[in-house]
Design a protein around this ligand. Sequence first.
Ligand code: DCP
Ligand code: MG
Ligand code: MG
Length: 367
Amino acid sequence: MKTRVGKPQEYKAIIHADFDAFYTSVEQRDDPYIAGKPVLVGGSVEGRGVVASASYEARKFGIRSAMPMSRALRLCPHAIRRTSRFDVYRQVSRQVLNIFREITPLVEPLSLDEAYLDVTDQETRTYAPPFIARDLKRRIESEVDLTISVGVATSKSVAKIASDLEKPNGLTVVRPGSESRFLFPLPVERLWGIGPKTRQKLNSIGIETIGELSKYREDWFSKNFGSNGELLRLMCQGIDDRPVNVARIRKSYSSETTLTEDTDDPGTLREIVSRLSQDVGRSLISNGMSGKTVRLKLRSSDFITYTRQKTLTESVQLSSEIAEVALDLLKRELGVGEKFRLLGVGVSRFDLLENDGDVIQFRLSGF
Ligand code: DCP
Ligand code: MG
Ligand code: MG
């Protein structure tokens, strides 16, 4: 590690790196025939699959991740469809994480295609963070033959917003002290944890930009966002002290629900398990993850909780695949006269270091 030669100020240097159109770029890299063309990676139309990744050429037609494949192909009938090759993506991810770790030991992978790096200790008077980021991009391009977009800032949340702004192949630097100038004109949904529903509610009371949101006072944030309010208020100012966390590993995704009334009705139970599978599939998809073990959790009306699980040979990610296994597990528990009061579905066993990157959901409660 290089020695740090007198730093002018005490701030952190954080890089957020994210592959451009990850799955499709890998496919284009490995098959020159489809380079530069609209390419979609995801499920089949017949299987009611969704788009996992769309190449930038395909995005010109309005195609986005998580869109049904059937709709995507209507928007761009000549798009080339490929099925996911998770093993290859995992291998690429591992290779790139190793490059990151040669630069700094402080690497926090968020999913297969993105990570934070804390390069505070690598900074010197002549080697500023933007140059570290530029060299990082060059290395990935020459050694892995793929492009990443990179954000450089003093905190994780600002670096993540920055990396997304000039995709593909972007390098966005937010210099120390210019966080507010950078953040304030951006729409609120750029903030981590502000989903479509919260955005709509904020818009409905006239708040469109981060700058507008930042004008509210502490008590307004705590009233409307509960215990996360202060975190969100500070994020609006570009203040985020969360450290780059090397050890944080997300091992599973799950969703559970307590029934309004205990029941043994197979139809109702099946419907709930399908819905829970959908929740889990959505989380997996939006984090670009998949897992091999599907778990069904049951709590009977006499409060006995138990789980049934099945480990598959191939990783699953899609709701339909999760539901198929979960419903099969459920089938064996039905018809023995037992009523249930709680059901849960989970997917676990990820092959690679993957975590949820401190996923925080800011939900408005006060409206
Ligand atoms: N992914 C998925 N389903 C989603 C979103 C993502 O399966 N709804 C997978 C495929 C993506 C990968 O995770 O290639 C990385 O997700 P990103 O959100 O980073 O999307 P891309 O890398 O594809 O595009 P971008 O250039 O916008 O980062
Ligand atoms: Mg990406
Ligand atoms: Mg990503």
